[in-house]
Design a protein around this ligand. Structure first.
Ligand SMILES: [Zn+2]
Length: 217
């Protein structure tokens, strides 16, 4: 099975599509052929100088290796108060909308804020939630909004069965990219698909997600 170009969210430095925090991004020398996803993580919303952070971000979006913004989002359990997180998120979503960049979200509990922002922005480029492990009801709401769901090693099998074929992404997150094999096997099992068929589907979906905005800068 070909596992290339499937992993939508990976922090392993060797990953083909690598997710970096803004701090990690400044001064990072990418590996040949590597593409990047960069954004202010909700956990990093307290201690940082935001002028500096957004200065790095505005440089990053003009970098041809940066193909999407992420991970950004809302996490009530870490970082600044939710109101402040939402404010910082809105700023980044405006930047992403201007650049027509797809966005990858880290959302804990507050899917209501995500759905509200999605209505408000009605983005041209696609949005995706990474590490999706919520309930089937949430999967249905995101599906109705056309938001992609990226599934990793931990997930709710009933919810994974609800995700429409064209909105399903796969990821390893903190694990090495090779671990995507195990994610493919587990999700294929939950959906009653063959591994190879799921791998092809997830690859096509990731390509479509990344191309969705035709990044304009
Ligand atoms: Zn992550």
């Amino acid at each position: 099975m070909n596992i290339a170009d499937i992993d939508s969210h990976c922090h392993d430095r060797g990953a083909k599509l690598l997710t970096l925090s803004l701090e990690e991004y400044s001064g990072y020398e990418p590996v040949e052929g590597q593409t990047l996803m960069v954004g202010l993580h909700p956990w990093d919303t307290t201690e940082r100088d935001m002028y500096e952070a957004f200065d790095i971000l505005s440089g990053a979006i003009t970098d041809p290796r940066v193909v999407a913004m992420g991970e950004v989002g809302i996490d009530p359990l870490h970082g600044a108060p939710v109101e402040r997180q939402e404010q910082l998120l809105r700023y980044q979503l405006r930047v992403a909308a201007d650049a027509r960049m797809p966005v990858m979200f880290h959302i804990v509990r507050r899917f209501d804020i995500l759905l509200k922002l999605h209505k408000e922005f009605s983005p041209v480029a696609a949005w995706a939630v990474h590490g999706f492990r919520s309930k089937p009801e949430v999967a249905q709401e995101l599906a109705d909004a056309g938001i992609y769901m990226s599934v990793g090693p931990k997930f709710n099998a009933d919810a994974v069965r609800v995700i429409p074929r064209n909105l399903l992404l796969l990821e390893t997150d903190e694990l090495p990219e090779e671990e995507i094999r195990n994610v493919i096997a587990a999700v294929a099992d939950a959906r009653g698909m063959r591994n190879g068929a799921l791998a092809d589907l997830a690859r096509d979906n990731l390509r479509r997600y990344l191309m969705s905005g035709q990044k304009s800068v």
